[in-house]
Design a protein around this ligand. Structure first.
Ligand SMILES: CC(C)(COP(=O)(O)OP(=O)(O)OC[C@H]1O[C@@H](n2cnc3c(N)ncnc32)[C@H](O)[C@@H]1OP(=O)(O)O)[C@@H](O)C(=O)NCCC(=O)NCCS
Length: 291
């Protein structure tokens, strides 16, 4: 009796991501060490689109999602293939299908180290590094001076102004994202002379909470907009994804955050990042898949 056997390889097909059981998608992200809960997948699937790769008996071998921001832009994320199907062309095939669906759009994503070669070979260019800071929030936070303006908790009534500010910071209108975040986030705004000059959101995600997006026009405002959430999260697990390297990072370190991962913002089409001194800027990402 031979001691080994070669099994027939699987035939995989693409399915619309909403047709797949959330438990299988959760198992997929757990298999690559990602923190998404079934709830997180469900929320992402409500406003994003995507593909799941399944075999003939419905087992999930991969995923790729994209989030339309208006007609001209898509953020790509949740590109995952099961460890046993990796390095066989599965992710490349998935990406080609995403390209088909996103024809004519500028494409942006945040690439892990594992996916970087793939994206370079598909024509994506590096723009910047994003650091994922996370940890159990310290019980005592570094002191900050009083904010320059009023920090005010906001609700749906502020949606229009928040979208306008976010568009200036992100460079494209991502109304779909902000509208989807509002019902599940606690929202803080910084107001000066009656105008919203910065905002931040905080929501449950993965192992704890994520603080983002954070939009402000300077480091001091951004710090205030992050600290206001951290004060409510002492002793709890939280995460901030940022491209910053200055005072914000110092503050996060002093609040017991550590860098857990770094990813690279990449674009295919018009460049995404265009920072101008004193103008609104994305200090904290909504998430790797969301920008
Ligand atoms: C990154 C990932 C999606 C790649 O999936 P995959 O199915 O192995 O990718 P493919 O087989 O289609 O390979 C595509 C290219 O990726 C590169 N690649 C694949 N595996 C690699 C590895 N282990 N190391 C370096 N490069 C690798 C190769 O350049 C390959 O090009 P080739 O087709 O010319 O050989 C998969 O490893 C994964 O799910 N990783 C964990 C989650 C993750 O990081 N997702 C990316 C989010 S941005």
């Amino acid at each position: 009796m031979p001691k080994s056997v070669r099994l027939k390889s699987f035939e995989l097909v693409a399915r619309e991501i909403n047709e797949v059981d959330v438990g299988s998608l959760h198992a997929l992200s757990v298999a690559v060490g990602w923190p998404h809960r079934p709830k997180d997948w469900d929320w992402l699937r409500q406003f994003g689109r995507g593909i799941a790769v399944v075999d003939s008996i419905g087992r999930v071998f991969g995923s790729a999602m994209w989030f339309p921001y208006g007609q001209d832009v898509a953020m790509i994320g949740l590109v995952i293939t099961t460890p046993r199907s990796q390095a066989q062309g599965n992710a490349r095939w998935l990406m080609e299908q995403v390209f088909e669906e996103c024809r004519g759009r500028n494409l942006y994503l945040n690439s892990t180290r594992a996916a970087h070669n793939l994206y370079v070979s598909l024509g994506f260019a590096n723009e910047a590094t994003v650091w994922m800071h996370q940890g159990t929030v310290a019980s005592s936070l570094p002191n900050l001076p009083a904010p320059n303006g009023d920090l005010i908790e906001a609700g749906i009534d502020a949606l229009g102004q928040i979208i306008e500010l976010d568009t200036q910071a992100f460079g494209w209108k991502r109304e779909e994202l902000i509208s989807a975040l509002v019902p599940i986030s606690s929202i803080q705004t910084l107001r000066r002379d009656g105008r919203i000059v910065g905002y931040s959101m905080c929501r449950e995600f993965g192992r704890g909470h994520v603080i983002g997006p954070v939009v402000a026009s300077n480091d001091d405002d951004a710090l205030q907009l992050i600290a206001v959430h951290l004060r409510n999260l002492k002793g709890q697990f939280a995460r901030v994804d940022t491209r910053e390297t200055g005072p914000l990072v110092k503050f996060l370190r002093a609040s017991d955050f550590q860098v857990a991962e770094r990813v690279t913002t990449m674009s295919r089409g018009q460049l995404l990042l265009n920072r101008k001194a004193g103008e609104p800027w994305v200090y904290g990402l909504a998430g790797h898949a969301l920008g």
